[in-house]
Design a protein around this ligand. Structure first.
Ligand SMILES: *[C@@H]1O[C@H](CO)[C@@H](O)[C@H](O)[C@H]1NC(C)=O
Ligand SMILES: *[C@@H]1O[C@H](CO)[C@@H](O)[C@H](O)[C@H]1NC(C)=O
Ligand SMILES: *[C@@H]1O[C@H](CO)[C@@H](O)[C@H](O)[C@H]1NC(C)=O
Ligand SMILES: *[C@@H]1O[C@H](CO)[C@@H](O)[C@H](O)[C@H]1NC(C)=O
Ligand SMILES: *[C@@H]1O[C@H](CO)[C@@H](O)[C@H](O)[C@H]1NC(C)=O
Ligand SMILES: *[C@@H]1O[C@H](CO)[C@@H](O)[C@H](O)[C@H]1NC(C)=O
Ligand SMILES: *[C@@H]1O[C@H](CO)[C@@H](O)[C@H](O)[C@H]1NC(C)=O
Ligand SMILES: *[C@@H]1O[C@H](CO)[C@@H](O)[C@H](O)[C@H]1NC(C)=O
Ligand SMILES: *[C@@H]1O[C@H](CO)[C@@H](O)[C@H](O)[C@H]1NC(C)=O
Ligand SMILES: *[C@@H]1O[C@H](CO)[C@@H](O)[C@H](O)[C@H]1NC(C)=O
Length: 708
């Protein structure tokens, strides 16, 4: 905050910096102030230019682009939800006083880093009468709305002035390995809201994969039973048996449609990936005759392999609304390069013709032309590792388009011997050569081996989270926290902004609090640090919340007496809350009166149970995985308990004073019993239902917003 107030005094949330001017948004927005501010509280309308209300961006990456009118509707919701502004939507060919006018301009006026027109550009004017957004397309206009919300820094004023902005690169965003870790649809949708706020337009979702098939150790049978998943679920008989997870850890067509359209609504295109011929164990588990000796790889020369992949793509292509789809194609047997080329080119021809030319194909960088690969130039490469290729020499010089996902920005969930778990600002701002990272930073060792910043073959950059250690190595929300503090900084560089680290840190918390369409922090509004306090001094079915927040509970069949909640026979206490994210302390007194396992607390992201039928240990469950302590709550005895989250650690303290013992919940990370490592696991506090299935007594339930 210091830098901003130094520069701005108290007048506005805009910054002059030297001779150059921009709004201190993420990414930065070029903007020249003309003096004074406009208070958005005066706004009465968003006026959509009636000539363009139904226009869509034909150049965006999605086949389901929202109209200018639809983007305006989402913006209207956001103004209400994050700034508390109620404005009406109207249509007209002209501005109105005290309105934000949304119109479109000549899209040739906005250029990317290579000097080509981009439909994602926009200009923004703020004057006495209100604001004018002129988009190169509706998507460009949408990005302008993100600048406006951010530029207010939450106080509703914005400097008067004029700016024009356009992204340097067309593909900006993130990649999530949903093959080795399931993420619920709502999480993916919330992540799209997160990406969108920082003008990232791509969410690449990896939909099939398997844990590492360790040939040195596993028998064929062990390999065939190794965790592997295909996340799309259909009852189409053509692929019956491919998805073995069933409804719980898969996406139905309806769900996947909803993910894609909710993301598109905020300008984010979901790029789906179905991986083959490597990382394809799930396909071999389905059709064992298609495997190589390493059954995680397909035998491309088997006559049924390519037809099988075509059947899978024929089934799911109609589900996908992006203009690019990803077939994986990394880490294959290096003695089979010509089979690989044949596979990739066959799939490329198939996907193009099956989609009537509406979809093109992308693969990971794996085999280079130098190594004998000869992939069609219409296929784009996504580079991930300089040990596999040198993108500039191997692809760009050969005329291929390349997307940058260099492993410099790689994360692996939970633990890894090679990669970090958390994206750091240092990598973004100082990069490998002491300067900000950019989409052309492919080779992080030799700066000179990278293309020029304006090279037209560089598509952009995507930061990846992989889940090499599978479902139980992290909770769902840990993926978000891995990116939370630094991905927006990277978004600035993916766009071509120039925020500095000090500036970023001065605005980040303020901007973070304004992100619409998500509550990934699982924040709960509260007057003080005490969010909830149940003393059970009630005589009705309503349990009074003494925190002052009014989060009163409702009893379903339980008895309350002597400041005690009596839990038995499946009765429970319902609260109006769901989950609380880090940090928190959830404390209570408990006395189990039976060793029958039961649920102490349950919420949408997690559960806290004392045992499960075969164990009695205190256990947190999240994302279907169980994290147990070496501890069981004593029966017929009162215990003071605090469940606590501090950063990514989750702890349980039992007893009090000198007798207090603190234990940490840990994830046992490793594949099939090999190389186990214990790592922190970050579990949200479960709050929706208390005591269901538990037999015993509880007192004094208090939730605080800090770890203590
Ligand atoms: C930052 O970018 C703006 C345009 O967005 C430009 O005018 C300015 O010179 C840049 N500032 C620095 C410090 O590079
Ligand atoms: C857009 O601008 C270009 C040059 O900048 C011009 O050639 C073209 O005619 C303009 N198109 C429209 C529709 O105004
Ligand atoms: C699958 O979902 C159903 C219905 O929501 C639930 O009852 C069941 O426990 C879930 N199974 C697993 C393994 O999570
Ligand atoms: C791959 O399939 C071909 C054709 O069916 C077969 O001749 C070959 O032995 C298979 N390779 C392996 C490693 O199984
Ligand atoms: C690569 O494939 C193209 C198109 O099929 C072909 O024209 C070209 O000769 C091939 N190049 C090599 C080195 O095989
Ligand atoms: C836990 O948090 C620390 C500190 O932020 C971070 O360095 C580490 O990568 C995190 N570990 C996991 C498993 O998230
Ligand atoms: C209870 O938890 C243990 C340890 O996580 C697990 O092995 C067992 O399968 C679970 N039992 C039930 C009935 O869920
Ligand atoms: C439980 O005890 C075992 C054996 O001492 C230890 O390896 C493990 O880390 C403990 N589990 C937890 C969650 O602390
Ligand atoms: C449950 O706790 C006991 C010690 O109390 C420990 O030996 C056992 O390994 C724990 N079970 C699990 C699944 O962590
Ligand atoms: C985590 O899941 C893997 C399979 O994905 C399994 O091998 C491992 O035993 C599980 N770990 C625990 C602690 O349940």
């Amino acid at each position: 905050m210091q830098l901003r107030s130094l520069l701005l005094g108290t007048t506005s949330a805009l910054a002059w910096l030297g001779a150059s001017a921009r709004l201190l948004t993420v990414p930065t927005t070029p903007f020249t102030e003309t003096g004074g501010t406009y208070d958005l509280a005066q706004l009465t309308h968003i006026v959509v230019d009636s000539r363009y209300a139904d226009e869509v961006d034909h150049n965006s990456q999605t086949w389901i682009p929202p109209t200018l009118q639809q983007f305006a509707e989402t913006f209207q919701e956001d103004l209400k939800s994050v700034l508390g502004l109620t404005v009406q939507l109207a249509k007209s060919t002209k501005r109105k006083p005290n309105a934000i006018f949304l119109t479109l301009g000549n899209n040739t006026d906005f250029k990317d880093v290579a000097g080509r027109p981009t439909s994602e550009g926009y200009s923004l004017k703020v004057d006495n009468r209100g604001l004018v957004i002129t988009g190169a397309s509706p998507l460009g206009a949408w990005w302008a709305t993100r600048s406006i919300i951010q530029a207010t820094a939450g106080d509703s004023t914005i400097a008067k002035g004029l700016g024009a902005d356009a992204p340097g690169w067309g593909t900006r965003g993130a990649f999530l390995d949903a093959g080795r870790h399931y993420y619920p649809p709502d999480f993916l949708i919330e992540m799209c809201s997160y990406l969108s706020f920082f003008k990232q337009n791509t969410f690449h979702i990896h939909l099939s994969d398997n844990l590492y098939n360790n040939l040195d150790i596993y028998s064929h049978e062990q390999s065939m039973n190794l965790a592997a998943a295909f996340r799309l679920l259909t009852d189409d008989p053509a692929v019956a048996g491919l998805n073995r997870h069933g409804a719980n850890e898969s996406y139905t067509r309806e769900q996947f449609d909803n993910i894609q359209s909710q993301c598109a609504r905020r300008g984010v295109t979901v790029i789906p990936e179905i991986e083959a011929p490597g990382h394809a164990l799930v396909i071999v588990q389905w059709k064992p005759e298609l495997g190589l000796e390493d059954v995680s790889m397909l035998n491309i020369s088997h006559p049924d392999t390519i037809p099988t992949m075509k059947t899978i793509w024929k089934t799911f292509l109609p589900w996908f609304h992006s203009k690019v789809v990803h077939i994986g194609a990394d880490e294959y047997d290096s003695s089979l390069v010509s089979d690989y080329t044949h596979f990739v080119n066959e799939m490329n021809t198939f996907i193009r013709s099956e989609s009537n030319g509406q979809k093109s194909m992308r693969i990971w960088g794996t085999f280079t032309p130098k190594e004998g690969a000869n992939v069609s130039k219409s296929v784009s490469y996504q580079h991930w590792d300089v040990s596999a290729d040198e993108p500039y020499y191997d692809y760009i010089m050969n005329g291929y388009n390349v997307l940058n996902s260099d492993d410099y920005m790689y994360l692996v969930g939970g633990w890894s011997g090679s990669f970090p778990q958390t994206l750091t600002q240092d990598k973004v701002f100082n990069g490998p050569y002491g300067e900000a990272y950019s989409p052309v930073t492919f080779d992080t060792k030799k700066k000179g081996d990278n293309p020029a910043r304006n090279n037209p073959h560089v598509l952009g950059e995507i930061a990846a989270i992989w889940n090499d250690y599978g479902q139980n190595s992290t909770t769902v929300l840990q993926a978000y926290y891995s990116w939370r503090n630094a991905l927006p900084a990277l978004a600035d560089k993916q766009w071509g902004g120039n925020i500095t680290q000090d500036e970023y840190n001065s605005v980040f918390d303020t901007l973070h609090a304004l992100i619409p369409g998500q509550n990934l922090d699982r924040k709960i509004p509260s007057k003080t640090d005490t969010i909830l306090k149940y003393a059970f001094d009630d005589s009705s079915n309503t349990i009074t919340d003494h925190s002052g927040n009014g989060y009163h509970g409702t009893i379903h069949g339980c008895k309350v007496s002597d400041s005690t909640l009596h839990l038995a026979d499946g009765c429970y206490l319902e609260t109006p809350l769901g989950s609380k994210g880090r940090d928190y302390t959830l404390s209570f007194r408990v006395k189990p009166t039976s060793s029958t396992p039961g649920t102490l607390f349950a919420g949408p992201d997690s559960m806290f149970v004392n045992g499960n039928g075969s164990i009695t240990n205190a256990t947190l469950i999240s994302g279907g995985s169980a994290y147990s302590l070496n501890y069981t709550l004593p029966v017929q005895q009162w215990t003071d308990v605090s469940l606590m989250a501090h950063g990514n650690k989750t702890m349980l303290t039992v007893g009090n004073g000198k007798k207090a013992t603190t234990m940490e919940f840990l994830a046992k990370i490793g594949v099939n019993g090999e190389y186990h490592v214990w790592a922190p696991i970050a579990v949200e506090a479960p709050l929706a239902r208390i005591g269901e299935g538990f037999t015993g007594l509880m007192q004094n339930i208090v939730l605080k917003g800090t770890a203590s």
